[in-house]
Ligand binder design. Sequence first.
Ligand code: ADP
Ligand code: MG
Length: 458
Amino acid sequence: SSRWARVAALLKELEERCATPVGKLRQVADAMAVEMHAGLASEGGSKLKMLISYVNNLPTGEETGLFYALDLGGTNFRVLRVQLGGKERRVLKQEFEEVSIPPLLMVGGSDELFDFIASALAKFVASEGEDFHLPVGRQREIGFTFSFPVRQTSIASGTLIKWTKGFNIDETVGEDVVAELTRAIERQGLDMRVSALINDTVGTLAGGRYHDNDVVAAVILGTGTNAAYVERAHAIPKWHGLLPKSGEMVINMEWGNFRSSHLPLTDYDQALDNDSLNPSEQIFEKLISGMYLGEILRRVLLRLAKEASLFGENVPPKLEIPFMLRTPVMSAMHHDTSPDLKVVGAKLKDLLGIPSTSLKARKVVVQICDTVARRGARLAAAGVAGILKKVGRESVARTVVAMDGGLYEHYTIFRECLQATFEEMLGAEAAASVVIKLANDGSGIGAALLAASHSQYR
Ligand code: ADP
Ligand code: MG
């Protein structure tokens, strides 16, 4: 019928617009490397901020002693402690606690928020058991993962540019968040020094490097996306400080904000961007991260429902609601291997209130999942290839990229497509020397490891 002909035409158009042949991916990788150069050359020189992290000592594995970490980046925060045993024994013991932040504190006063955090930290320290040892006369040290935009001024200071993710506390903006935390720690009567302020991507890099000396970059593919990598300090023109002894500096790329004329953007992406809280920002993130993949799918389905009656005469009202289709649901439908696609049918019924769907319609849904997820995974692979191009490790035997985030961890087709695309881009031989590996929860332990590698006692 003309209805299915219309569906097929719209699908064909989508696939053409989302196409990422390897030649295009090479252009994306090249553009990423070019923007990396530009962002390192001068402040504001590129859409890529290429933030200097002040992390110039990544953990080596030799670190010993007791270190704490605090991870604040959403509605929960985590406190963690590790006892490090050095090269042979590594992490001897590790404990953590997760605390949810009362919504009122997210929009109240600065002291109230930091007092709440410091008090949870003090309680956690008080529960420190026999397995953890602080040498006599030493101060406890903590690494602070703070996943909000910060203008860093040293390894242990940085001013908050703006709150995101539902936090809104005007008094903190422009303040040094380490000073805020330190004062709150003092108000608790706790003797503890904040040794490192880091972004979660930098923490993942540190956690990855601790276990594997060949780790040179970290990528997070979760709700959002970001990457960090190790740069030669003398290759950072905008850095006017002393060259660190290690000769290295970790750069927080903020790659979610990458954009290029080579990115395959569709009308669906343009509309999503226009309707977003941050129009024309984070374009790369809007193509590849977990916050948006399901929303792109929803927008395509809505158009098919309206213009080709994909789900029958009526447009399912719930399909009109932004962010109604989350990426984990998309992933579940995409991985449905049952002959009648019953998972797809059940999700469409339970989440969108579509009582019954034909097998043909379900197949269309899976096909769109495939198109949208593969485009994201292939572009993410191109981004990784761009980083490797910039760091130029052709002559090195082994290079490792540490990955973290719920999207990479749980969306199997996405993860496998990323790997396959990477091999397609580099060729089997070159790809054999690069390992892309899951570094689960690097960011939590990474902060404690960075507190150790930037300790006042080292
Ligand atoms: P965050 O990025 O918020 O710090 P995570 O790294 O845990 O947290 O990633 C969570 C995100 O991962 C979710 O927002 C979702 O987009 C994605 N995700 C989680 N589970 C799945 C899944 N089963 N399939 C696909 N994506 C998932
Ligand atoms: Mg995270």
